[in-house]
Design a protein around this ligand. Structure first.
Ligand SMILES: NC(=O)c1ccc[n+]([C@@H]2O[C@H](COP(=O)([O-])OP(=O)(O)OC[C@H]3O[C@@H](n4cnc5c(N)ncnc54)[C@H](O)[C@@H]3O)[C@@H](O)[C@H]2O)c1
Length: 254
């Protein structure tokens, strides 16, 4: 059976944990030589070991997506290691003061959220597009969210940051289609990852309530998001671009 990403080089930011790790594993399973990147060196190393134990090929490159020099060096390291960059998942992101009302949200949390979720995706896009333009081909998936498709009470800045990701996805998809670059986003619903564990830890009543938000009646698994990302990155999605794909157990269909 053909692997979806056979012969390709894939980069996944934020792949020391959660959805990013599951996607790095799925990229490697589908035949891609995979660059695992994160600020978490230990977790990133673990992801590489997991890929290698499944017979895949991967390297870890530490990069903070909010640092332009580090992002530029990440793309350079990818090309030095594997010769090109075919697929990129701009997944690194964070939550801060997740359920705070807008009028009590701190300036510090605002800056951190926007810096990582918006500026970080933008910087990655910038250097990935530069490399893919030289090659004349490439596929990028950005990490948006259901919070990038609809409004959600008590998450004003996270929702704003993910709407920005959805918007950047559409604009860059339209702009760079003629260079052979396909750009899409994935919009996960609530997914069981360390990010959600942190939110539940500070909001104990939320877990039971959250399950009922999704018509499917349960949270997603990181692997269920990874399957959608790998497909969007693959040539099987050759006519899909500028799409923000909900993978959310029906959350936004309500
Ligand atoms: N879990 C969910 O329910 C959910 C839902 C919708 C969208 N998302 C989005 O999915 C993405 C992954 O989330 P997750 O739930 O797997 O979270 P997670 O916290 O488990 O993993 C995020 C990873 O990103 C890394 N990271 C954070 N800031 C970084 C930076 N500046 N540079 C490089 N790496 C950085 C972290 O070290 C971590 O390894 C995020 O963009 C998040 O907003 C998650």
């Amino acid at each position: 059976m053909a692997e979806l990403l056979a012969g390709k080089v894939a980069l996944v930011t934020g792949s020391a944990s959660g959805i990013g790790r599951a996607t790095a594993l799925a990229c490697a399973r589908e035949g891609a030589r995979t660059v695992v990147s994160d600020v978490d060196v230990e977790g990133g190393g673990e992801t590489v070991v997991m890929i290698e134990s499944l017979g895949g090929e991967a390297i870890f490159v530490r990069a903070d997506v909010t640092d332009e020099e580090e992002v530029a060096a990440l793309i350079q390291a990818t090309v030095e290691a594997y010769g090109r960059l075919d697929c990129a998942f701009n997944n690194a992101g964070l939550e801060r003061e997740y359920t705070h009302p807008a009028d009590r949200f701190s300036e510090e949390a605002f800056q951190a959220t926007i810096d990582t979720n918006v500026r970080g995706v933008w910087l990655c896009l910038k250097y990935e597009i530069e490399q893919m333009s030289e090659q004349g081909s490439g596929a990028i998936v950005n990490s948006s969210s259901i919070a990038g498709l609809v409004g959600i009470p008590r998450q004003p800045v996270y929702v704003g940051s993910k709407h920005a990701v959805s918007g950047m996805t559409k604009s860059t998809a339209v702009e760079f289609a003629e260079r052979g670059i396909r750009i899409n986003a994935v919009a996960p619903g609530l997914v069981d990852t360390p990010l959600m564990e942190r939110i539940y830890a500070s909001n104990p009543d939320l877990r039971a309530e959250a399950d009922s938000w999704q018509p499917i009646g349960r949270p997603g698994k990181p692997e269920e998001i990874a399957e959608a990302v790998v497909w969007l990155l693959s040539d099987r999605a050759s006519y899909v671009l500028g799409h923000v794909m909900a993978v959310d157990g029906g959350f936004v269909a309500r």
